[in-house]
Design a protein around this ligand. Structure first.
Ligand code: FE2
Length: 292
């Protein structure tokens, strides 16, 4: 038993996050198939690509070939959607094994998931659902991340999501919750700046105060994309070009801490890739400043 415990400790220690040891990747975008030919014609347009892990789990031959072609030209960062780290019932082991196989194939410097749940009582909810900001939720995340680390020996970073209403029975504010989660799970932070902006406008707080409360020494990566206002609410529809309100927030973050990777997360109403270049360049300037 002692030998097994020691072996587990070694595995866990290997995956513990040391933000300072992670590479500075630069600026990339979420890979979407319509961008494929433009990206492969000029791979220097991005420093890395984020791939949606779920699109390649147990992939058929066509997706497999796509993944191999991308891996030949780009650093790939897998971004998971359905691991459901916040599920009190624990991790779906079959899903975890598929994810582990993908991450082993891709061999990324780190990978990411969300501070959320997508499954409850065996039922797939179909979207990222916010957790209550409670110590119990932190403990669920700690347990689940511990299990994941036994199978996936690669640094994990966790992303903040948007919420339509402040979860009831909160024992702390959102920033303190995120800090506690990062500490308890020993993960890095993937800060979705657009989500911070949407939440700040929809729930009436100052996004700069929020940045000042966060444990930014754990920041590894950011997500950014434009916002959309629908019926008086800001939504992260991933369908709009990044505007000045988001770049201002990225600049404010860059003044506070180095940013290792920045991903433009455009999913909907995709333009030609060439049209995203000014946004990537604008982010590149902020990322470079964050290191000066
Ligand atoms: Fe995001």
């Amino acid at each position: 038993v002692a030998a097994t415990a020691a072996a587990v400790a070694v595995v866990v220690a290997a995956a513990v996050i040391e933000v300072k040891d992670l590479p500075r990747l630069g600026v990339g975008c979420g890979f979407r198939p319509p961008f494929r030919s433009e990206l492969l014609l000029d791979p220097s347009a991005v420093d890395f690509l984020e791939i949606t892990a779920d699109h390649y789990l147990d992939a058929g031959p066509a997706k497999q070939r796509e993944l191999e072609a991308l891996a030949r030209h780009f650093v790939l960062i897998p971004h998971g959607l359905r691991l459901s780290l916040g599920s009190a019932e624990g991790i779906d082991e079959a899903y975890l094994r598929s994810l582990a196989r993908l991450i082993e194939t891709v061999d990324p410097p780190f990978w990411s998931e969300h501070i959320a749940y997508t499954r409850a009582g065996g039922f797939e909810i179909g979207h990222l659902t916010p957790l209550p900001w409670t110590h119990e939720a932190v403990e669920v995340l700690r347990r689940n991340v511990f299990r994941v680390r036994q199978i996936i020996d690669r640094p994990l970073i966790l992303e903040n999501i948007t919420y339509d209403f402040v979860p009831p029975n909160a024992e702390m504010n959102e920033a303190d919750f995120l800090n506690e989660v990062l500490e308890a799970t020993d993960t890095g932070l993937l800060l979705d700046v657009t989500n911070v902006f949407c939440n700040s406008r929809n729930h009436g707080f100052d996004p700069l105060d929020f940045l000042d409360r966060l444990r930014l020494d754990r920041l590894v990566q950011i997500h950014f994309v434009g916002v959309e206002e629908l019926n008086g609410r800001f939504v992260d529809s991933h369908a709009r070009p990044t505007g000045p309100e988001i770049f201002n927030l990225i600049d404010a973050l860059a003044e506070r801490t180095p940013i290792r990777a920045a991903t433009l997360e455009r999913d909907e109403e995709l333009p030609r890739f060439a049209e995203l270049r000014p946004e990537l360049e604008r982010a590149r300037a902020a990322v470079a400043r964050s290191w000066s």
